[in-house]
Design a protein around this ligand. Structure first.
Ligand code: ADP
Ligand code: MG
Length: 572
C-alpha cells in the first residue's frame, strides 16, 4: 500500500478530530499567555531583586506584583492543561470511533488478512501515540513561534537592537534548526522500531493464545529467547532516536546559555542599568521554554506520525465488499445458485475454480470433500466475506451484491467450523445476533440443539460463563451453543460447516429430528465428512481441489455416482 503524504495524513486526522479544534485553540491561547507571564515573572523577579539589592525599589510592592503574575500564570497553566487534556482524550475517542467505523465493514476478512494483534495494536497503541500530537504538539509549537520572537521584538524596540541580537540568533537557531537535527534519521529508525514492536506484539499474542501448545511441546525457553532477541533489537533501534533527543536537548541548553551571555554582554555594551540587565538575562533564559517545547514535540512526533500512518493504512484499505442497496427479508426459504464461482485468497492460489450448482428452495444439500478442497471458502462467498474473483452467486435469482450485507447475513446464517464463543455468559453467547430475544426463545433453541438440560444443571444456568473462547465447555457443547445462536436468528438459509464434528451419532440424530420438526422452512447447506450426515441431505456435492467434481442422491450413494461412492469408501 502506498504511503500517505503528510497532507493526506493531516487531512484524515483533522477530519476525525474536527469537533475539538475549538478547544485546541483555547488551549493554545492559554499556553501563549502562560509562557508570556513566565518570562515576565522571571524578568521582573531578577530585575526587582537586583534593584532592591542596590538599595532602590520597594520589596513589598515587588512581592505583590510577583504574586499577582504568579497567580495569573497558574490560572493560565491550569486552563491550558484542562483544555489540552480534554482535546487529547476526546481526540482519542473520535479517532478510535472513526477507525473502528472504517474497519468493521471489512470484517471478517480484514482480521484474516492482517497478522495477529495488528488491528488491536493499531486501535489501541497507535491511537494513543497520535493523541500526543493533540496534547503536546500544536500548542507548544504555536506558542514557541509567537512568544519568544514577540518578546525579542519588544525588547529590541525598548532597549535597542544591539542588546537583543545575540539572543535573537540563538532563539532562531533553537526554533528553526535544532528541532530538525537528526529528525530524518530518527523518523526512519522509528519506523523500524515500530515494525519491531509489531513483531513483538505478534510474538507475544501468539505465545499467549498458544500457551497450551507452547508449554505442551516444551517450547517455553525458545519463545522467551526469541522475545528477548526482538526486545534487544528494539532497544538498539530506539537508541538512535534517543541519541537525537539528547543532541537536541544539549544544543538547546548551550544556546540558552549563549543567549543569556549574549544578552548580558549586549546590555553592558549599551550601558544598561544592573537591574535591567538582570531582568533581560532572566527573561532570556525563560525564552527557551519555547524552543524546548518544540524539541519535546520533535521527540515524539516521529512516533506519532509512524503510528498515524499505520492506522491510516489499516483504516483506509479498500472496502472488501461493497454494500448493496436492497434489504433482503425473504418470507420463505430461497433458492441459491453458484454460477461459475472462482476465488483466490489474496495470499494464495485459486481455492475455488468455476464452481456451479443450484440449491432449490427448502432443499438440504451436503457438501463433502477432502480437507482443503474449498468447502468453507465456498460458503464464505455466500456470506459475502469477500467477492468471488469470477462468477456470481444468486439468491432467489438475484445477485447477492444487490442486498445489504447486514440483511443478507441475517437471513443466511453460518455456523462456522471454528465456532467462536465470547468470554461471556451462555445467554450472551446465544443472543449475540438477537440481543432482544427473551428467555423463553433462548430455552427453546437450547432445547432444539439438545443443550437445555446441560445448561440447567450448570451452577448459574444461562448466566454461567463459557470462559475464554468457550474453554469451560466441551467441544460438542460449544458447537451446539453456536448452532443455537444461529437458530435464534430464525434464518432462511442455514449454513452448517462441520457442525456435528464433535457430536456422537445419537446426539446428532436427535438434533436433526428437532431441526426438521421445529424449523422446517429453511434451505440448508451442510458441510460434512460423515456419510451418515450426508445421508440426511436431499443431495450430495463432492468437491476436490477447489472444483465441484460430482453430485448425486445420498440414497444408495453407491449407485448415484461412482466418484461420490469412491470418496466415502476412502474417507469414511
Ligand atoms: P475446506 O473447508 O474444504 O477444508 P477451505 O475452504 O478452508 O477448505 O480451504 C481451501 C483452500 O484455501 C486451502 O488450500 C486453504 O489453504 C486455502 N485457504 C483457506 N483459508 C485461507 C485464508 N484465510 N487465506 C489463504 N488461504 C486460505
Ligand atoms: Mg473447512
Amino acid at each position: 500500500m502506498s504511503e500517505p503524504s503528510l497532507r493526506e495524513l493531516s487531512k484524515w486526522l483533522t477530519s476525525a478530530t474536527h469537533p475539538v479544534h475549538g478547544f485546541l485553540y483555547v488551549s493554545t491561547f492559554f499556553r501563549i499567555l502562560s509562557l508570556s507571564l513566565d518570562i515576565l515573572l522571571f524578568g521582573l523577579a531578577a530585575g526587582g531583586v537586583a534593584l532592591i539589592a542596590l538599595g532602590g525599589g520597594d520589596a513589598g510592592n515587588l512581592l505583590v506584583w510577583l504574586i499577582l503574575i504568579a497567580v495569573l500564570k497558574a490560572i493560565c497553566y491550569y486552563g491550558e492543561q484542562l483544555t489540552g487534556h480534554y482535546v487529547a482524550f476526546k481526540a482519542l475517542e473520535l479517532l478510535r470511533t472513526k477507525a473502528f467505523a472504517q474497519l468493521w465493514p471489512k470484517a471478517p476478512a480484514i482480521v484474516n488478512q492482517s497478522r495477529s494483534g495488528d488491528v488491536l495494536a493499531s486501535l489501541t497503541r497507535d491511537v494513543d501515540r497520535i493523541e500526543v500530537v493533540y496534547a503536546h504538539t500544536f500548542a507548544p509549537l504555536v506558542s514557541a513561534i509567537v512568544v519568544p520572537p514577540a518578546f525579542l521584538l519588544g525588547a529590541g524596540v525598548l532597549v535597542g537592537w544591539s542588546v537583543v541580537i545575540i539572543p535573537a540568533i540563538c532563539v532562531m537557531l533553537g526554533l528553526f534548526i535544532v528541532p530538525f537535527i537528526g529528525l530524518r534519521r530518527s523518523m526512519l529508525v522509528t519506523r523500524r522500531t515500530l515494525r519491531l514492536r509489531r513483531e513483538l506484539t505478534h510474538h507475544v499474542t501468539d505465545s499467549i493464545f498458544g500457551t497450551e501448545e507452547v508449554v505442551g511441546y516444551g517450547r517455553v525457553d525458545e519463545r522467551l529467547a526469541e522475545m528477548d532477541r526482538i526486545g534487544s533489537r528494539i532497544a538498539e533501534s530506539a537508541c538512535v532516536a534517543r541519541a537525537g533527543n539528547a543532541i537536541r536537548r544539549a544544543s538547546n541548553t548551550v544556546l540558552s546559555l549563549a543567549a543569556v551571555i549574549g544578552a548580558v554582554y549586549g546590555a553592558r555594551q549599551a550601558s544598561l542599568s544592573i537591574p535591567l540587565t538582570a531582568a533581560l538575562a532572566a527573561g532570556t533564559l525563560r525564552l527557551f521554554e519555547g524552543p524546548r517545547g518544540i524539541e519535546d514535540a520533535a521527540g515524539y512526533l516521529d512516533h506519532s506520525l509512524a503510528a498515524a500512518r499505520r492506522l491510516w493504512n489499516i483504516s483506509t484499505s479498500p472496502e472488501i465488499v461493497e454494500d448493496g442497496q436492497e434489504v433482503y427479508a425473504p418470507s420463505c426459504p430461497p433458492s441459491i445458485e453458484f454460477a461459475g464461482v472462482s476465488y483466490a485468497y489474496p495470499t494464495g492460489a485459486f481455492s475455488l475454480k468455476d464452481v456451479s450448482f443450484t440449491v432449490a428452495a427448502g432443499e438440504h444439500i451436503a457438501i463433502v470433500g477432502p480437507s482443503g478442497s474449498g468447502k468453507s471458502t465456498a460458503v464464505s462467498m455466500l456470506l459475502r466475506y469477500d467477492n468471488p474473483t469470477a462468477g456470481q452467486i444468486l439468491v432467489d435469482d438475484m445477485p447477492i451484491q444487490r442486498y445489504t450485507v447486514d440483511s443478507l447475513r441475517h437471513a443466511v446464517v453460518l455456523v462456522s467450523q471454528r465456532c467462536q464463543l465470547l468470554n461471556a455468559s451462555i445467554r450472551e453467547n446465544v443472543n449475540l445476533g438477537v440481543p432482544e430475544a427473551g428467555e423463553e426463545e433462548i430455552w427453546e433453541v437450547l432445547e432444539t440443539v439438545c443443550l437445555a438440560d446441560e445448561v440447567r444443571s450448570m451452577p448459574k444456568s444461562l448466566d454461567t460463563s463459557v470462559g475464554q473462547s468457550g474453554s469451560r465447555l466441551s467441544g460438542g457443547q460449544a458447537q451446539r451453543l453456536c448452532l443455537a445462536r444461529a437458530l435464534l436468528m430464525r434464518p432462511r438459509v442455514l449454513v452448517l460447516d462441520e457442525f456435528a464434528a464433535n457430536l456422537n451419532r445419537r446426539l446428532e440424530d436427535s438434533i436433526r429430528r428437532n431441526l426438521a420438526k421445529k424449523i422446517p422452512g429453511v434451505t440448508v447447506i451442510e458441510i460434512t465428512h460423515r456419510l451418515e450426515s450426508a445421508r440426511a441431505a436431499d443431495r450430495v456435492l463432492l468437491m476436490d481441489r477447489g472444483m465441484l467434481v460430482a453430485s448425486g442422491s445420498p440414497v444408495g450413494i453407491e449407485e448415484s455416482d461412482g466418484m461420490l461412492a469412491d470418496f466415502f469408501h476412502r474417507n469414511v
